[in-house]
Design a protein around this ligand. Structure first.
Ligand SMILES: Nc1ncnc2c1ncn2[C@@H]1O[C@H](COP(=O)(O)OP(=O)(O)OP(=O)(O)O)[C@@H](O)[C@H]1O
Length: 255
């Protein structure tokens, strides 16, 4: 398995704030890497460096073979089409149908604006329906997106991201606004989709139990630093608590 994301001594400063501090890590193809950390630890900043939404102050980021520091605007746009993003707040258009929301995932590869479902090519609509089926929402396809529950809306957002045919999926606290049951369903879905497509997933979370249950690997961040980086499988309760301590309070100790 080759690495699809590599950070080498990446630091990011916003004025006096150090959001990322000498972060080095590599993520191999197909892995689910969970970024675990408290609010403000740098999780979102790290994710935004993967698709070039933010640029490192120092250090280098390479994604799918592209060095982001030297990539042209065209190259960066092409790269972004290969990287999907889902967010805590789903970012659906509430007044549009579920199916139309999914279709918007194809916009990066189409020319011109699309107003209305039937302005999308048939192949796009068919593919969108297949992804809706995969996330278990076929019956809701023609419902307004804002009539769905939070968990359902996040599944729509995942279907929309899949329409991009991403090689990497970034998920920024995808379950933070969901109840525990819906959170588990969304994390299970991400895991299944990753396995089916060999899709690499970088997912930020606050919850240790979800990180251990659904991640292949847990990367703990505190004050922009990687304070823990290890496989999730086989971690016992005591070790799980150590994971939590590492990101929450105890002085830095890289496992
Ligand atoms: N655009 C920005 N301008 C100034 N400071 C920023 C900016 N983006 C992030 N920061 C700061 O960088 C630090 C890391 O923020 P980041 O959003 O990456 O943390 P996080 O772990 O994702 O937090 P949360 O869990 O609350 O989303 C914080 O101190 C934040 O205030």
């Amino acid at each position: 398995m080759h690495d699809v994301v590599t950070f080498h001594r990446v630091s990011k400063r916003f004025g006096a704030t150090v959001a990322l501090d000498e972060v080095s890590l590599s993520v191999p193809e197909g892995q689910i890497a969970v970024l675990l950390g408290l609010s403000g630890s740098g999780k979102s900043t790290l994710l935004r460096h993967v698709d070039g939404l933010q640029r490192a102050s120092t250090g280098s980021v390479s994604v799918l073979g592209t060095d982001l520091a030297t990539a042209s605007g065209t190259r960066l746009r092409a790269l972004r089409r290969r990287v999907g993003f889902v967010f805590q707040q789903f970012h659906l258009v509430g007044g549009l149908t579920v199916l139309e929301n999914v279709c918007t995932g194809a916009l990066g590869g189409l020319r011109g604006p699309r107003l209305g479902l039937f302005t999308y090519p048939k192949r796009v609509r068919q593919e969108a329906l297949r992804h809706l089926d995969r996330v278990g929402l076929t019956e809701q396809a023609f419902q307004r997106a804002d009539t769905l529950s939070g968990g359902q809306q996040q599944r729509v957002a995942i279907a929309r991201a899949l329409l991009q045919r991403p090689e990497i999926l970034l998920a920024d606290e995808p379950v933070a606004s969901l109840d525990p049951e819906s959170a588990g369903q969304v994390m299970r879905l991400l895991r299944e989709i990753s396995a089916e497509r060999n899709l690499t997933v970088l997912c930020s979370l606050h919850q240790v139990d979800l990180a251990l249950s659904w991640g292949d690997r847990v990367i703990g961040l505190r004050s922009g630093r990687v304070v823990l980086d290890r496989q999730a499988a086989g971690l016992g309760r005591d070790e799980a608590m150590a994971v939590y301590s590492a990101v929450a309070s105890v002085p830095a100790a890289v496992a």
